[in-house]
Design a binder for this molecule. Structure first.
Ligand code: UD1
Ligand code: UDP
Length: 385
């Protein structure tokens, strides 16, 4: 049984669902979603054509961590009691991941942790994700680490090395699936552009003459709520004024804490080159990443995707659990300091050589075969009785 509930987990678990479903002689694949996200989860389920067997549908506006955790614990108790899976797979560091792992433990079902072993070393950054992944890691029996670095983090915590497999990150599997789809279908680009225009950014027209550049922005981290997000919005405002020939496109997370500062900072000014749009489906979002010059984000997943696309990223955090992307040179930590975001983005926009030196394609998160490695490991475990 694969359990997930938010957009990034769904993107990273979808290719694994497909891989396991493709081996029906070995696996009965059950998909349980918590619905911690609703619309943003459904976008991914739709893209990958996944129909969950169970859907707890827990999302409430303004939910807090306790709400989410309690609803999942009670909901999953019943699901696990009925489905009685041999093993539960959870992903990463969300509340869904940790609460589902705990539910499985209570039901005596072993847990496999996909994207295991990422650490910043600071339990409040990112919050609550760093503690979530540590707790999920304690509960898990099988650990699927994306890189050697994440495996070493687990070994340092005395996890038995026989149960850790370095697989690459399944997000690269998802990225490859989507990039192949875009590259392999000439009509698709046109329909993506139609969709983007309907969403409020007419990329085809805006970037038509080849002189304008695109900066893509996303943000949602809890520790950046309040002042952090006001700083981020003000930095974008400063950049948009300095670079009228650059478009800044910000697909906004649905969390009201993300949208409030945007409304506050941009209420009185009309910027012809700033576009706030609704969250994009993964396919158009990947297309936008491919077409972008620079990405500014606090996202975890985008830090992993960007090196494979050769796109530099300014990461609006003080620490990262993705040191491989730092080593690859594609990401820069800028925190939520207004001047730092402005100065570093200006550096990338002004200095061609700096840009080229820091936008080389690298694949520290894998070759797109993580899911088949995970399936092979699962296949080698004796299960059922
Ligand atoms: C969650 C994860 C975070 C992950 C992020 C990815 C936790 C604690 N946080 O944070 O690790 O990086 O997802 O985006 O697990 N909302 C909607 N519709 C949606 C999704 C969200 O309306 O489809 C709104 C709701 O008002 C909801 C709020 O966003 O209450 C917050 O959602 P929640 O899942 O609690 O937190 P995220 O910040 O999305
Ligand atoms: N993403 C998307 N649409 C958007 C913004 C992001 O599909 O409008 C994808 C992005 O490519 C990445 C994932 O969502 O794969 C990251 O999700 P998010 O930033 O919400 O969560 P995190 O990775 O920080 O946990």
């Amino acid at each position: 049984m694969l359990i997930f509930g938010t957009r990034p987990e769904a993107i990273k678990m979808a290719p694994l669902v497909k891989t396991l479903q493709a081996r029906p002689e070995r696996f009965t694949t059950i998909v349980a979603v918590t619905g911690q996200h609703r619309q943003m989860l459904d976008q991914v389920l739709h893209l990958f054509d996944i129909v969950p067997d169970y859907d707890l549908d827990i999302m409430k506006q303004g939910q807090d961590l306790t709400d989410v955790t309690c609803r999942i614990l009670t909901g999953m108790r019943d699901v696990l009691g009925e489905a009685k899976p041999d093993v539960v797979l959870v992903h990463g560091d969300t509340s869904t991941s940790t609460a589902a792992a705990l539910s499985a433990f209570y039901a005596h079902v072993p847990v496999g942790h996909v994207e295991a072993g990422l650490r910043t070393g600071d339990i409040y950054s990112p919050w609550p994700e760093e503690m979530n992944r540590r707790m999920t890691g304690r509960i898990a029996t099988y650990h699927f680490s994306p890189t050697e670095t994440s495996r070493d983090n687990l070994l340092r915590e005395n996890v038995d090395g026989r149960f850790i497999s370095v697989t690459g990150n399944t997000v690269i599997d998802a990225l490859h699936m989507v990039v192949d789809k875009i590259d392999g279908d000439s009509c698709l680009e046109s329909s993506i552009c139609d969709g983007l225009a309907a969403a409020g950014y007419d990329l085809r027209t805006r970037l038509a003459d080849g002189t304008r550049r695109l900066v893509l922005v996303t943000g949602h981290r809890r520790e950046n709520f309040g002042t952090g997000f006001l700083n981020i919005c003000n930095a974008i405002k400063d950049l948009a004024a300095k670079y009228p020939e650059v478009d800044f496109v910000y697909p906004m997370h649905l969390n009201p804490n993300v949208r409030r500062p945007i409304a506050e900072v941009f209420s009185d000014i009309e910027h012809a080159n700033v576009f706030f749009i609704e969250p994009l489906e993964y396919l158009p979002f990947v297309y936008m990443m491919k077409r972008s010059y620079l990405i500014i984000t606090d996202s975890g997943g985008i830090q992993e995707e960007a090196p494979s696309l050769g796109k530099p990223v300014l990461v609006m955090r003080d620490v990262t659990e993705r040191p491989e992307a730092l080593e690859a040179g594609t990401i820069r930590l800028v925190g939520t300091d207004r001047d730092k975001i402005f100065n570093e983005a200006s550096h990338f926009l002004d200095d061609k050589k700096y840009y080229e030196d820091n936008s080389l394609i690298a694949n520290p998160y894998g070759d797109g075969q993580a899911c088949s490695r995970i399936a092979d490991v699962l296949d080698s475990i004796p299960m059922g009785s």
